[in-house]
Design a binder for this molecule. Structure first.
Ligand code: FES
Length: 186
């Protein structure tokens, strides 16, 4: 009831204060609950975000380490590995063959992973072709297929770029094996 002087009864004031205190407690509780949920969602998405970055360019070597004689040289691809939700220190995750022609600053990159079933393709001793030791697929030095071959497609080329100071980087990607189409694993 309104008091003659216009003030509220003490009980009404106490009741309103109590209501406001409860409202603040509920809001604080909601925030406390939402924060770990938001962190959890972010953590859940984190490997997925990093996975997207996995198809980025990785530094491999220097241009001077690739003789311009048209013969491919093998280099390890080293990167930080993410396994499920765990990050591991930098380690080899694959290999590439790099080559360049006489006087050229351009570098061609081929994945060393066989497109047939994922074995490791080797450069023949005479450096005239590649051969896969698993089922004998043979490839030319530019990755072309030599028939007859169990491999359904040519070796997988990779994007490669040379920086202003001769840094060679390759866009590292894995592709599905055993199919004619060159299809990147995502
Ligand atoms: S995995 Fe290379 S030929 Fe089969």
């Amino acid at each position: 009831m309104q008091q003659p002087n216009g003030s509220q009864p003490a009980a009404a004031v106490d009741s309103r204060r109590g209501f406001l205190a409860k409202l603040a407690a509920v809001a604080a509780g909601g925030l406390a609950t939402l924060t770990p949920v938001a962190v959890g969602v972010w953590s859940f998405l984190d490997p997925l975000r990093r996975k997207g970055a996995a198809a980025s360019f990785l530094p491999i070597t220097e241009l001077s380490a690739i003789p311009d004689d048209g013969v491919p040289r093998q280099f390890a691809v080293v990167a930080e590995r993410i396994d499920a939700w765990t990050g591991f220190p930098r380690e080899p995750i694959g290999a590439v063959y790099l080559r360049r022609e006489k006087g050229s600053q351009q570098v061609e990159a081929l994945s060393a992973t066989c497109p047939h079933a994922g074995c490791f393709v080797e450069l023949e001793g005479n450096a005239r072709c590649f051969r896969c030791p698993c089922h004998n697929s043979t490839f030319t030095l530019d990755g072309g297929i030599v028939e007859p071959s169990p491999s359904p497609r040519t070796m997988d080329s990779l994007e490669c770029r040379v920086g202003p100071h001769g840094e060679v980087a390759v866009k590292w990607e894995n592709f599905y094996s055993g199919i004619a189409e060159k299809k990147a694993r995502t």
